[in-house]
Each structure stands twice: as C-alpha cells, then as structure tokens.
Write a protein of this length. Sequence first.
Length: 169
Amino acid sequence: MKIRRGGMDDVPAIMGMLDGAVAWLADRGRTDQWGTRPWSESPGQVEKIADKVHTGVAWIAEVDEEPAGAMVLSAEAVDYVPAAREPELYITLLVTSRAFTGRGVGSALLAHAYEEARRAGVGLLRVDCFAGNDGRLVEYYRGNGFTRADTFTVGAWPGRLLFREVTPS
C-alpha cells in the first residue's frame, strides 16, 4: 500500500468509495448514517466532497495502484463541533473502498494523519463520526488511538467527536 497526495482529479474515485459505503451500510439496515441514495447522485454531496478536497489536504491510499481509501485533513474543525483551543489537524473525511475492506487501509490513513500532524508540529488530531446504532464506528477510532470527547447532533444525526494527542517529533 502506498499513500499519495490527492487532488481534484480524485473526486470521482472518492465519490465511488462513498457510494460503495452507502450501499454496504444500507444492505445491513444501517441507513441512519448516510441514507440509501448514492452520494454521487446528489449534486450537493458531490459539491461538498469536492470542496473538502479543494480546501483541505487529500490523501489517497492505493493498493496495486488502485484507490483503496481516501482521507482529507484540514487545519480547522467542521462547523458543528467546538473549535480546538490549540492548533490541530482535523480529519474531515475518511472512507475505504469496500473492495479493500479488512486490509488496514483506514488504519494506515489514520496513522498517516498522525504523522502529518507530527510533521506540522501540531499537538492535536481530531475526527468526528456517526455515533448511532451500536457505536462500532466510535470503537473503530478508539482502536486506532483516539479518545472519546463530546457528543453532538446534526439534526437527528448523532455524532461523536474524538481526539488523539500528537507527540512532538
């Protein structure tokens, strides 16, 4: 696996990964997180993801030169969580292609985010995620070194903010 800097040319692949995640969740009756409609069919969702890639720093994990996962980092948190009291990197997007599930792609991207924060001299890495259903996504982040912080809601969508302190290099 290699992780490379991403860009606007990667938006279609990212949308494909998100569509696959929506379908996978819907097949398991987990429609509360991202609904049932492919994100690529919603101009608003495509614009939202393109904006994240344009304003943040995108990273693409590749396995055998195929996009296997994507992550976007930002120096600022999303508007629905409290601002950090110190400089941070915020993970605004993390998705893995269903074709590469179980191969450590998400964990590799999270480890890369930690190292990027370290290189930048930033002491805090934060992410938010869906906190509904059985909390498996929260536990996934905890298993990758993150600690639970605040809960929040966006409409009826329950979320959890998590953080990881970054040790200076």
